[in-house]
Unconditional design. Structure first.
Lengths: 138, 436
């Protein structure tokens, strides 16, 4: 199962991240996973939220450049070797990962890892075939 | 030893004689202009259909100004007064619209231009004892070749190195005992900062003097360069439309540039009313070139701001002096000696659908050199959750700008709405270099 991720273009300027979180908060949206990739000149903020459409609308109205992307959110047991097992499957089946980050879930038994993959359809199939637990919303 | 004067009769000619010579040469220039498709209707329209119709120098004021746009409109041969087969050289400068402004020279024109430069360089004390390293751009730009010819004429040994590559410049200066250089002030400051890196003590150099032009700079900067190297810096003024360097040059007094009035008629006009201003008042320099057979230009609006020095120079030359160039009437930026119009940058940006219409041009000092930053806004189309296409976009903008303006700028991507909007009088250019 796929999940929608919101990407936000951020220029290097003090307070821009605060603007994003304020807009999301006032839309009553909860952030479940967050990651920021930065280059010398700009950053890309990536968010998994409980209400993606509302969050995207609030951000666009607030003047941000956003983009929705499909990613995989895989639930894995919170114990040694779990991520290694997923990575092994991806390696064997040729799933190419562009980036990944972990969610903010603080459940004691599982962790959620967000994967941006090159071929989302192929990857979804692999994930299903191998019985990995995915979530499509938080 | 350099002679006191290169051409004493011409350089010290009494004003009435000089003005009589100007009138005679103005008639010749008008005669040439009447041979061109650009000037013929213009001059006939004001009742000048033969050189004899110019009765006095005061008649010059009846002739309309010529602008850079006129030069572009006359591209390529609309102002050519000579048979193309008599033309031995052309030079060109890039422009805002992609149409270059071109000038043509016959062999006689090259010789006369060289003569004005020889006169200029001799007045700084340069002669055959000197080794001259020309750090200006050769090629279509007039600064390199023009000065090269003048330097050879006074007998200097010329090192035609061209610009850039500080380490090679310094090595040449050391190996050949360079005494004289021609460079932009920014470049000389930059070069000085490289001396230590190259392990060269400025006292090991034999440098005596520098000719500086191509960009406005302050008297403080001149003093600074003089102190850093222990040399004399002479201001040089020229523009390709008027041949190039050698229009006006400082003599050994280094107090104002003698504008060679047997070669040019100088007017300084108010930048708004375009009426002549009195000596000492700042205005736009307007020049009529007198001794160019291939391409006459009458009353050219240079867009350079300066003023005439009142009074005579103690050096004995009777040609009036102009003050250092104080700026430009238009928005042209001079970045490391290269002319850049904001519209050239705008043209590149507007041609790219991935970026918005708002942009900001920032010019700053980075050490001794100028640094250009172009800030653009990315549109929603350009953003796709990945930094690679954004980096590629930034590189593509930079490459296109480099191709257009010959300067490698820094390109910054911004969010929409973060730069000034395009309506009204948005401030698109921020020049943070010290104002003169």
């Amino acid at each position: 199962m796929k999940i929608q991720q919101i990407s936000v273009f951020l220029e290097n300027k003090t307070g821009r991240l605060a603007d994003v979180t304020r807009l999301i908060a006032s839309a009553g949206v909860n952030i479940r996973a967050i990651s920021i990739a930065d280059t010398a000149d700009f950053g890309i903020l990536r968010l998994i939220v409980d209400k993606p459409a509302e969050a995207a609308e609030a951000l666009t109205k607030g003047g941000f450049t956003t983009r929705m992307t499909d990613v995989l959110a895989i639930e894995i047991p919170d114990q040694p070797g779990s991520l290694a097992k997923v990575m092994e499957i991806f390696k064997e089946t040729g799933v190419n990962i562009e980036y990944l980050y972990a969610s903010l879930e603080k459940d004691c038994s599982t962790a959620v890892v967000i994967f941006k993959v090159e071929d989302i359809e192929h990857s979804t199939k692999i994930v299903e075939e191998h019985g990995l637990a995915t979530i499509d919303c938080f | 030893m350099a002679k006191r004067f290169w051409d004493e009769a011409a350089e010290t000619m009494a004003r009435p004689e000089l003005e009589a010579l100007q009138l005679e040469r103005l008639r010749e220039a008008v005669g040439q202009a009447l041979k061109t498709s650009f000037y013929k209707p213009r001059l006939e329209g004001i009742g000048i259909s033969s050189p004899g119709d110019v009765r006095s120098l005061a008649d010059l004021a009846r002739i309309p100004f010529t602008t850079k746009d006129d030069l572009r409109r006359a591209f390529p041969y609309g102002m050519l007064a000579a048979d193309r087969r008599d033309v031995v050289r052309m030079h060109a400068s890039s422009g805002t619209t992609g149409i270059p402004t071109v000038i043509y020279l016959t062999a006689g024109d090259v010789a006369r231009w060289t003569g004005f430069l020889a006169r200029s360089l001799n007045a700084t004390g340069a002669d055959s004892n000197d080794v001259f390293q020309n750090m200006m751009t050769y090629g279509l730009f007039t600064g390199g070749l023009g000065m090269h010819y003048g330097a050879e004429k006074v007998g200097m040994m010329v090192i035609p190195v061209g610009p850039g590559n500080a380490s090679r410049q310094l090595k040449l200066m050391k190996d050949f005992g360079t005494t004289t250089v021609h460079a932009t002030p920014s470049y000389l400051l930059h070069l000085h900062s490289k001396l230590a890196e190259e392990g060269i003590d400025p006292r090991d150099l034999e440098l005596k003097r520098a000719f500086c032009g191509a960009e406005p700079y302050s008297e403080d900067t001149r003093r600074k360069i003089e102190a850093l190297y222990g040399i004399e810096v002479f201001n040089s003024y020229g523009l390709s439309e008027m041949n190039g360097p050698g229009v006006a040059f400082e003599c050994e007094r280094r107090d104002g540039m003698h504008l060679w009035e047997d070669g040019y008629i100088l007017e300084i006009v108010d930048r708004d009313s375009l009426e002549g201003v009195k000596d000492g008042a700042m205005g736009e320099i307007v020049l009529t070139i007198l001794c160019r057979e291939a391409m006459p230009i009458l009353r050219y609006r240079t867009r350079d701001l300066s003023s005439v020095y009142p009074g005579e120079c103690p050096c004995g030359r009777t040609h009036r002096r102009i003050a250092r160039i104080m700026g430009r009437t238009d928005d042209m930026l001079i970045i490391n000696g290269i002319n850049v119009f904001p519209s050239q940058i705008e043209e590149v940006i507007m041609a790219m659908p991935e970026v918005g219409n708002n942009y900001l041009i920032l010019v700053e000092k980075d050490g001794a050199l100028d640094r250009l930053t172009v800030k653009v806004e990315i549109g929603p189309l350009a953003f796709a959750d990945d930094s690679r296409p954004l980096n590629a976009l930034r590189d593509r903008i930079r490459d296109r700008l480099q191709a257009s303006i010959s300067i490698n700028p820094r390109v910054e991507l911004h969010e929409p709405g973060m730069l000034p909007v395009s309506e009204g009088k948005a401030k698109r250019v921020v020049d943070e270099r010290t104002r003169i």
